[in-house]
Design a protein around this ligand. Sequence first.
Ligand code: MN
Length: 269
Amino acid sequence: MSELFSRRTALAGGIGLASGMGLLASETLARAAGYQEDQNVHAPGGPVARSLAASVGKGAEYSLPPLPYAFDALEPSIDAETMRLHHDKHHAAYVKGANEALAKLADTREGKLDPSALSELTEKLTFNLSGHLLHSVFWAIMGTGGREPVGELAADIQQQFGSHAKFKAQFSAVATQVQGNGWGVLAYEPISERLIVLQARNHQLNVAWNAIPLLVIDVWEHAYYLKYKNVCTDYVKAFWNVVNLGAVDQWYGLIKRRHQDPAHEEHGH
Ligand code: MN
């Protein structure tokens, strides 16, 4: 594999949350075909894989992936102004923050900056990188598509949560109960091959190592306040009107295959 591949993997693998996603971006980018090849809707991993591939740009800096639909595509559940601000301002700020942190960490290693700031810079990287990757998943699991689970995702939710309704109730409650800023996250835990629901605080706290986000909802106030004011529960309800569980299933399929067949990436299906 190329030096670029290794560097991207090393960069993105810095935290548990990012490890699975980092590999994905690496795989796609290492093909040197870039984002264009990924426009194929049948590409492995679907919209989430495409969004994550676009979340790393040239020179292994992080970059803002394009929103995969128009700003008003999720109206009326999520309004266009919220989407524009959220993607173009908030998400962009996380990208910038992650890149700044990496640059300053490099400068610190070179003796250009005081090492006493290392703790702060490390936290800046963790916060901004986690925010960047979660948003990249978030855009891609919304849009047109299935509101009901399909395929392997449907079968595993049924088996592990009892039913889609039980899963949905748990996920919605966990998201609604976030104190302050955070996320509801359905993640794949590769060691046990289990689906787990997590509640991230900010972007990076209360997260399980190595769990790979599959379906995420941003419950920071910036995600809903313009339209829903303080009524987060209505926003979480509306989220289910715009979720694309087909995209989640495509992403889940790729993650599971990679875990169950580690040679998957090398042989390139
Ligand atoms: Mn957000």
